[in-house]
Design a protein around this ligand. Structure first.
Ligand code: SME
Length: 145
């Protein structure tokens, strides 16, 4: 019988592994481990702000992401508003930047390392994929950086 894990269990397992990784490899580990753990995710990665654009950092995805991107999409808005943006339907977000046309919903978690603005960006091929549980665990992961 296959054991079906819930979101909390998956995140908890990921966080344990992430915590055991040296800090210079953390972003790579976070993006890879989370991407590999959730089947509807098609992109999981970090963008960082330089001048007035966002550049891709560590990521794992089905397609090569666009970079640099304008500071106008969901990622830019999350940094500007300095809060998590959970977008249940990307088509309804004005300014959404399409990197993979299969993306249906998206969540962006902004944070700063030293004085550089980052965003953890995740895309799903499913509408309304993200909820309070994702917000809670992703915030926890980012706080530990
Ligand atoms: N959709 C994002 C762009 C990044 S990709 O989804 C990987 C945005 O609107 O900012």
């Amino acid at each position: 019988m296959q054991l079906i894990e819930n979101k909390e269990e998956i995140y908890t397992k990921c966080i344990k592994s992430i915590n055991n990784v040296p800090s210079k490899n953390k972003l790579k580990t976070i993006s890879t481990m989370l991407f590999d753990s959730f089947e509807n995710w098609i992109f999981c990665g970090f963008y960082f702000k330089k001048d007035n654009q966002l550049f891709i950092g560590d990521y794992k995805a089905l397609k090569i992401p666009c970079s640099p991107i304008n500071f106008e999409g969901v990622c830019g808005a999350a940094i500007k508003e300095n809060e998590i943006l959970n977008i249940p339907d990307v088509k309804k977000f004005p300014g959404h930047i399409i990197c993979d046309p299969n993306s249906k919903s998206e969540i962006c978690v902004p944070f700063k390392i030293h004085s550089t603005n980052f965003v953890l960006d995740i895309d799903s091929n499913k509408l309304d994929n993200f909820d309070e549980t994702d917000c809670r665990f992703l915030t926890k992961i980012i706080k530990n950086l």
